[in-house]
Design a protein around this ligand. Structure first.
Ligand SMILES: [Mg+2]
Length: 319
C-alpha cells in the first residue's frame, strides 16, 4: 500500500479504534483497559467522535473546491439528523444511508446545540461563544489529510468549521492545531516535530495561550503510567486538554511497535476516554500508517467497511 493511502486509512481507522477502546470507560474514574471490549455482537462500538469525523470527510469530499465550511456544516447537519432518528430515511444517500451511524453514543451538547441553531456559526457570529468542549477537536483530523491543503490552511479551515459548534477561541484554535499536526504527520514528521510545527501556527493567533500551555505540558511531562502521567495533563473534556492528552500518549509511540500500548495509555484516565483515544488514534495512524494499528482491533470495528471506503474515497479525491 502506498504511504499516503496507508496514513489516511491509518488516521481514520486509528481514530475509530481509539474511540472504541475508550467508549466503555468514558464515565469511569479509574479505568484499567487492557484490550478492546466488544458488544454482544462481537463489535467494537464507535461513538460520536468517529461518526462526526466521517461526516467531516464527507463534507470535505462534497466541497470539491467549493465552499468548504458550508459543505462541512451541511455534512454535520446530516450527522445531527442521525441523532434524531432511529434509522436512515427512505432516500438517504452516502453516510446518512448507513444504519450504524444512527446509534446515539453520548453525543456532545455543544455539537448538538450548535447544529440545532438553524444557522451556520462564523467567526463573527459563532455558535456557543463560550464553548470549548473537545467536540471541536475530535472531529477535525480530516482537514489535515489533503496533501494539496497546507498545514496553515488546514488549521484555518478546521478552526472556521469548529465555530459551527464551539465559539470559544480555545475550542477552535485547538481544532486548528490538531488539523495542522495531522497535516505535518502526513509529510512524515514525528509526533513531537509535528506538534512543535503546529504550535508555530497556533501562536500566530490571538488567545492561543490556553492551548499552548496544555501542549507544552504534554511535550514537557516525562512519560509515566496512568494518572501520574496522562492524568497530570488533564481530563480531556475540554478541547486543549483532550488534544494535549492525545499528544502526550502518542509521544510514547514514535516507534510503531508502541502503538498498542500508547492507545491504551490514551484511554486509561478519569476523563473523556473515547475522545482522547480517538484523537490519539488519529495521530498515530497518520504517523505510522494503517499497518501499525493492532490488526485484531481494526478487524472488530463497527462500520469497518464504511470507514475504509471513505478513506479510500478521500485518497482518490486527493490524487
Ligand atoms: Mg464520544
Amino acid at each position: 500500500m502506498n504511504a499516503y493511502r496507508s496514513r489516511v486509512r491509518g488516521c481514520l481507522l486509528g481514530g475509530a479504534v481509539g474511540d472504541a477502546l475508550g467508549n466503555p470507560v468514558e464515565f469511569e474514574r479509574d479505568p484499567a483497559v487492557t484490550d478492546l471490549m466488544l458488544s454482544r455482537d462481537g463489535l467494537a462500538l464507535i461513538t460520536d467522535d468517529t461518526q462526526m469525523t466521517l461526516f467531516t470527510v464527507e463534507g470535505l469530499l462534497h466541497a470539491a473546491g467549493g465552499d468548504v465550511p458550508k459543505s462541512v456544516y451541511e455534512a454535520h447537519l446530516r450527522w445531527y439528523d442521525t441523532q434524531r432518528r432511529l434509522g436512515p430515511p427512505k432516500h438517504a444517500a452516502g453516510l446518512a444511508a448507513q444504519p450504524f451511524l444512527y446509534a446515539q453514543r453520548a453525543p456532545g451538547n455543544a455539537c448538538l446545540g450548535g447544529l440545532a441553531l438553524g444557522r451556520m456559526g462564523t467567526f463573527a457570529h459563532p455558535a456557543n461563544p463560550n464553548s470549548k468542549g473537545c467536540g471541536s477537536v475530535m472531529r477535525s483530523a480530516p482537514f489535515g489529510l489533503f496533501p494539496s491543503i497546507s498545514a496553515a490552511d488546514a488549521f484555518a479551515l478546521a478552526a472556521e468549521c469548529a465555530v459551527h459548534t464551539h465559539g470559544h477561541p480555545t475550542g477552535y484554535l485547538a481544532a486548528g492545531t490538531f488539523a495542522a499536526i495531522v497535516r505535518h504527520l502526513l509529510d512524515g514528521d514525528d509526533v513531537r516535530t509535528a506538534t512543535e510545527r503546529a504550535i508555530e501556527l497556533l501562536t500566530g493567533h490571538d488567545e492561543h495561550e490556553e492551548t499552548l500551555t496544555a501542549l507544552r505540558r504534554a511535550l514537557d511531562t516525562p512519560y509515566a503510567p496512568g494518572n501520574t502521567g496522562i492524568g497530570r495533563i488533564g481530563l480531556g473534556w475540554i478541547a486543549e486538554e483532550a488534544l494535549a492528552m492525545a499528544v502526550y500518549a502518542a509521544l510514547d509511540a514514535e516507534e510503531p511497535e508502541r502503538v498498542r500500548d500508547a492507545l491504551l495509555v490514551s484511554v486509561n484516565h478519569a476523563g473523556d476516554s473515547d475522545s482522547t483515544g480517538a484523537i490519539c488514534g488519529n495521530l498515530l495512524g497518520a504517523r505510522h500508517g494503517e499497518e501499525a494499528l493492532p490488526a485484531a482491533w481494526v478487524a472488530r470495528l463497527e462500520g469497518l467497511d464504511t470507514i475504509s471506503t471513505i478513506a479510500d474515497d478521500l485518497v482518490e479525491a486527493a490524487a
